[in-house]
Design a protein around this ligand. Sequence first.
Ligand code: PEP
Length: 249
Amino acid sequence: MWSQKWVIGNWKMNGRLQNNNALMHRFRILPAADKVTIGLAAPTVYLLQLHNAMQIVLNNRILTCSQDVSRFPGNGAYTGEVSAEMMADIGVDIVLIGHSERSLYFGEKNEIQRQKMENVLAVGLTPLLCVGESLQEREENKAKEVIAHQLSILAGLNTKNIAVAYEPVWAIGTGKVATIEQIAEMHEFIYQQILSLCGSDVRIRVLYGGSVNAGNAADIFAVPCVDGALVGGASLSYDSFTSIINAAQ
Ligand code: PEP
C-alpha cells in the first residue's frame, strides 16, 4: 500500500497552446494534494509547454508525462520519432508505454514495448506500462492469459520499480467501468504476476484506467491493490480531473 496514489491524466490527441495554458493556470488553485502524485500526459508537441508551465506556474506540483516514446534510442535517421533521451532533455518524468490505442492503431506489440521500456529506463525516466484485455478476450475467459503475456516483457528489466496501468480495452472511452470485483481480481493477479516475474524485492504500483470519472473514482481508489488511476476523457475537464484527485486523498 503506497502512501501516495498516482492520478495521471491522458489528454490523448487533444489540446491547443492557449487552452493548455488556461488549464495550467487553473491548476494553480488546486488544493495541496499531499497524498496524490499528479501527472499529465500531453501530445508530444505540447510537452515542453507543459513542463515549463509546471516549473513556472505550478512549482512542479504536476509531473510531465509523455503518451509514447520511440523504440529507437538516442539520435538517428528515424523521421518523425522522439527518443527517450529527448524526453529526458525537456524534463519529462513518466512515459506511457503500450497504451491499447498504440496497439490498435499502430500495431505495437510486446517486442516494441520492451524496447521502449529499456530506452526509458536507460535515461532514468519512469515507464508506465499499460495492459488490458479486449471484450472478446474477457468473454472467452482469456483476460488473465492475455495480461500475463503483456506483462511478460517486464522480466529481467534493470529496475526494481514497476508501474503498470490495468486498462480493460472495453472500458476505455466507453463509459463502461469494470466492476469493483473485476478490478480487485485483476489488480491482485497483476501484483502476483509481477512478483513472480521480477522477484519479491520489486516495488509495484498498479493504476486502474477505463472511464474513471468524478462519480466512480472514490470507490475505485478504495479497492485493495489500486494505487492510482490513469484518466482519459475526464482529465480534459478541470472540474472532473480535480474531483478525481480529491477522491484519491
Ligand atoms: C485512457 O485513455 O487511458 C483512458 C483510461 O481513457 P478513459 O478514461 O477516457 O476511458
